[in-house]
Design a protein around this ligand. Structure first.
Ligand code: SF4
Length: 474
């Protein structure tokens, strides 16, 4: 693990030591700009010093910077990016017998803090910028629970000017968050809900961040849920390229990848696209906003791409084997365009705060939880057998995503199971099974208590529109 531009700070006895824990692998943690920002803010304060923890460095028990054990820190800040990270977080706390204060934040806490309330002293819901020291000192801050259940939202004003640059998923790159939130309306997507409203960083600020970090790398990864939607995307890429940087966006929308974009981004070796569903019917129900023609056009435009990576989901509402066959057909068409194709298919997790929060895991209202799981397993086998013949195929486990669903839609009871390992068999035998079931229209969800800044009736309307379009009776 080699880091460029590291941030050294000398420890003095009067400083409070803060552990910034990413309960997952280094490669993911180092590309997390939110976490880097927290680390930067703590180390910019003279009374505090931060060190980082990752599960693949000393098993997450000792810090990267000095090798100190977690129990020598006063406060531990955990970032929960994925539901299953809670198992690692719990293991680290238990193994180190950490007695200090614990705070957890990140997307899993924002979407629903209640499964974690018994596991941490505080939970933080929202954007932490310019409030990290207040959070550490347990002062009253919007989004800090117990206390506030209002999601904290900040302007994207001043990005940290200095970041740790490492070999990451984008190569040795400077990462620049060009926007937060997403202007699109995909109905399954939690990102558009937990990071709304969409905020774009100005072109001037982006250029100045690139300038500040110039010595650390000559590549820039521009990060946002939908970077190509930035109103000045083309100008920004153009400017960064004229400064001598190689530029790659974290993702490209198929409907934005035209001749000019292909020219601008140059040698795209791997084109990553997310059609999400195989059939137009389901893509429309998801409100994905792209069609097969957009996908095939993008593939054609990316002339130098050797590989196309496609992301799909299964377990969608109203899904039939005909819809799965459409995934296979689309993959074949991309392959026939002369590309090496890799396909990733995940079960849909019907997330809180999305119009799909009322649907059952598996997407079939005529089946109970076990029936849906059984059908999902069958669909998974079907996809593997068909797709495996034509592309590199990865179809995620039905069990794993059921557990993710139960954690994301759960309440305080979930926390009690974390210690004893939450398996699908345990969920099914317990009252946690309700979190995999379809939900009645008037159900009060645990996460309704969080003020996210939207009206639940709007989500319900979108959900009912989807059901109507798919002719589903619930
Ligand atoms: S474009 Fe991507 S980030 Fe935006 S709403 Fe759709 S899935 Fe979510």
């Amino acid at each position: 693990m080699r880091e460029f531009n590291p941030f050294f700070k000398k420890f003095s006895k009067k400083q409070k030591r803060v552990a910034v824990v990413y309960p997952n692998r280094y490669a993911g943690g180092i590309t997390n700009l939110g976490l880097q920002r927290i680390y930067f803010e703590i180390n910019s304060d003279e009374d505090h010093i931060a060190e980082r923890f990752y599960t693949d460095v000393f098993e997450g028990l000792r810090s990267v910077e000095s090798g100190s054990y977690l129990d020598s820190f006063s406060v531990a800040l955990f970032s929960l990016q994925y539901e299953e990270d809670i198992f690692n977080a719990f293991r680290i706390l238990k193994k180190t017998q950490f007695k200090g204060r614990t705070v957890a934040g990140g997307p899993c806490v924002i979407q629903n803090p209640f499964p974690f309330v018994h596991l941490f002293d505080n939970l933080f819901i929202g954007d932490a910028e310019n409030a990290v020291i207040d959070i550490l000192e347990n002062r009253s801050v919007e989004g800090l629970f117990p206390g506030s259940l209002k999601r904290r939202v900040v302007d994207l004003d001043s990005e940290m000017k200095r970041q740790i640059v490492s070999e990451n998923a984008y190569g040795r790159s400077i990462l620049i968050e060009i926007g937060r939130g997403c202007p699109r309306g995909c109905r399954f997507c939690i990102v558009r809900q937990i990071y709304s409203p969409t905020r774009w960083r100005s072109a001037d600020e982006i250029i100045s961040i690139a300038e500040e970090n110039r010595k650390a790398a000559d590549k820039i990864a521009i990060i946002s849920p939908s970077p190509t939607d930035h109103p000045d995307f083309r100008e920004i890429v153009h400017e960064l390229k004229s400064m001598g940087f190689e530029v790659s966006p974290s993702s490209i929308r198929a409907d934005k990848f035209d001749e000019e974009m292909a020219e601008l981004l140059g040698d795209v070796r791997t084109l990553t696209l997310a059609p999400e569903a195989g059939s137009e019917r389901l893509r429309e129900a998801l409100n994905k906003g792209i069609d097969e023609e957009d996908i095939l056009n993008a593939v054609e435009m990316a002339r130098n791409a050797e590989r196309v990576k496609l992301y799909f989901m299964f377990g969608l509402p109203g899904e039939s084997y005909e819809d799965l066959d459409q995934i296979i057909r689309l993959v074949e068409r991309v392959r026939d365009a002369g590309k090496r194709v890799s396909v990733s298919v995940n079960p849909l997790v019907p997330k809180p705060h999305t119009p799909f929060q009322w649907m059952p895991y598996g997407g079939d209202w005529t089946k109970d939880v076990l029936g849906n799981i059984k059908e999902m397993r069958k669909k998974r086998k079907y996809l593997i057998s068909k797709l495996g013949k034509i592309a590199e195929t990865d179809v995620e486990s039905v069990e794993r995503f059921a557990i993710q669903t139960a954690i994301s839609r759960g309440d305080e009871r979930v926390g009690d199971y974390i210690e004893r390992k939450l398996t699908l068999a345990r969920i099914i035998k317990s009252d946690l099974i309700e979190f995999l079931e379809s939900q009645p229209p008037d159900r009060e969800f645990p996460w309704d208590a969080v003020d996210m800044g939207y009206k639940k009736s709007r989500l319900r309307k979108e959900f009912e529109m989807t059901l109507k379009r798919l002719e589903i009776e619930t």
